[in-house]
Design a protein. Structure first.
Length: 554
């Protein structure tokens, strides 16, 4: 259908100029020329938001978000509580109900606001998903060229074989210049990100210009759609070995999900959003959205190289003192500077990786890895999970925040996120846990809990498990060395967590495999382990996981 007619019928937009499917180079120049908004707490809404570096159009675009939106505004994220989905969605603090009547009138106000302004809108047509069995057309419509460029980076531009594509299309309307009024519109603040499952609309309004909203909103949608087809949508990275042996790695930020999936001996499928269908695993995206804060360029050479590539987007990295962005080589940016946010980001196409699997797809995974970074120094470096163990650890989704990473945080703090991505999971966690269990059993997949955290004591008192040992443990799991495959594998059982810990692993000092061995004061270890166990128990009870049929194991 012709674009103007389609958007008039879908949203009611009229007499609007559309800049449709511009190239990234064109969007680069449009962003610098036209993207305007607030970039400092007391600044005007007319400040320049997008900048070139010393490399000009042959380098990255730098984008500065509103200072109140340097990450996903989780308290302003909603889905419309239409009757047909009200009892199916996992309602929680970061996905709240939006009243249908308030939403309907809000959408009309936003559209009228756009029609009255008469501004040009950027439209980018992409796809959410690379596998036609579940992929949906995704149309971004918004006021910022940077967001259209981000969509170009992050999603497939074409997917063949989708049946009834127009009827499956989702549309995001992203209007930064509109301000909600809570007493009138039913919002929490002057901004909102709202998913409308009935009409296939994602509405983003107000000071909500963090680029991640363009991808995480549709990811939340896909997490609702895929399980309805019997497919598993996952917040995980995935890769595949030379023998066709696929693996998926679940993990929260800081656990090594991106780093460990980037293996020179394995082809990358994706680093964040993955689907597992009847034919195997596939990437929901066509790009990467990596954290930049404190980036180690030697450890992350792919990201480091992409910083200077044409068509990439650097988000919220401050300028160097006394220099403009235009005077700065992107390699000279201070990636330790968190003065704007700890959540500095970088968007680049998947093709920046030198070793991507054809079509960003692979067969059924043979190895499932649940990543955690235990800053308490309690959990084993590797544990072997089966059956109920997998479901329990999956719904808990544990890692730990480090002291110093947040204001007021002086000791490690437990962080639990169901399915390793709770904010984006739109069904109850048991839906994903049961799908994971069934698919693992159906394809004889093995599973480990891989701890990339601290050993011999808590963070600040003991070293982190070396990347060398973590890689050796992961490689052993990928080979099947840690699971019985015709030869006996000897284990210890953790006395408090019940985890099975292998007694040996090639190229790894056996002493570290039982974490208690590494603590000088065994009584302190036992106390720390009991304290962490109690945190697991409290999180399990708070989320009422037992009501979903999940068995408590600690």
């Amino acid at each position: 259908m012709e674009l103007k007619l389609a958007l008039e019928q879908k949203l009611g937009l009229k007499n609007v100029e559309y800049k449709h499917n511009l190239s990234k180079k064109a969007l680069f120049h449009e962003a610098i020329a036209h993207d305007r908004g607030r970039i400092s707490p007391d600044g005007p809404d007319t400040d320049k938001k997008a900048y070139a570096t010393k490399l000009g159009e042959h380098g990255p675009l730098i984008f500065l978000t509103d200072p109140t939106c340097t990450g996903r505004p989780v308290k302003d994220t909603f889905a419309v509580a239409w009757p047909e989905v009200d009892d199916k969605i996992w309602w929680k603090d970061n996905l709240q109900k939006y009243d249908p009547d308030h939403y309907s009138t809000l959408l009309k106000r936003v559209v009228q606001h756009v029609n009255d302004r008469g501004d040009a809108l950027y439209v980018q047509d992409v796809y959410a998903g690379s596998d036609p069995s579940y992929a949906v057309p995704y149309r971004f419509v918004g006021q910022y060229a940077t967001h259209a460029m981000f969509a170009h980076n992050m999603f497939p531009k074409s997917v063949s074989g989708i049946e009834q594509a127009d009827s499956k299309r989702w549309t995001m309307l992203n209007v930064q210049s509109f301000r909600c009024k809570p007493e009138r519109d039913g919002s929490r603040s002057d901004r909102a990100a709202i998913i409308d499952f009935r009409n296939k609309i994602c509405l983003v309004v107000g000071r909500a210009d963090y680029c991640g909203l363009v991808k995480k909103t549709i990811f939340t949608v896909m997490n609702f759609l895929l399980p309805n087809q019997g497919f598993l949508s996952m917040h995980c990275s995935a890769n595949i070995g030379s023998e066709g042996d696929a693996a998926i790695l679940f993990g929260l930020s800081g656990t090594g999900k991106t780093t460990l999936s980037a293996d020179p001996n394995r082809e990358l499928i994706g680093d964040d959003e993955t689907g597992w269908t009847n034919s195997g695993v596939s990437n929901l995206e066509d790009g990467c959205y990596a954290k930049l804060i404190d980036l180690d360029k030697e450890a992350e050479p792919i990201i480091a190289a992409a910083l200077s590539m044409e068509g990439t987007i650097i988000e919220n990295v401050p300028p160097l003192p006394g220099k403009t962005y235009e005077e700065t080589d992107p390699q000279d940016l201070d990636l330790t500077d968190s003065s704007r946010t700890e959540n500095t980001r970088f968007s680049y196409p998947l093709s920046c990786n030198p070793n991507v699997a054809p079509g960003a797809r692979g067969g059924h995974p043979q190895t499932i890895v649940l990543l955690t970074a235990d800053a308490f120094g309690v959990l084993p470096p590797v544990s072997i999970l089966q059956g109920e163990d997998v479901m329990y650890q999956f719904v808990q989704g544990f890692t730990a925040k480090l002291a110093g990473t947040e204001v007021g945080l002086t000791q490690p703090e437990a962080a639990f996120s169901a399915c390793f991505g709770a904010p984006f999971m739109s069904h109850p966690p048991s839906v994903y846990a049961e799908l994971l269990r069934d698919k693992m059993e159906g394809h004889s997949a093995r599973c480990i809990l891989l701890n990339t955290g601290w050993c011999g004591g808590p963070a600040g008192e003991a070293p982190r498990i070396s990347i060398r040992d973590t890689r050796a443990l992961l490689n052993a799991a990928l080979r099947g060395d840690l699971h019985p495959n015709g030869t006996a594998v000897e284990y210890d059982t953790h006395p408090i967590f019940g985890l099975r810990m292998p007694k040996s692993c090639p190229q790894v000092d056996a002493n570290i495999l039982n974490p208690r061995n590494m603590w000088k004061d065994k009584n302190k270890y036992d106390a720390a382990a009991r304290k962490l166990r109690d945190m697991f128990r409290a999180n399990f009870a708070k989320n009422n996981f037992a009501s979903y049929g999940i068995k408590s194991l600690v």
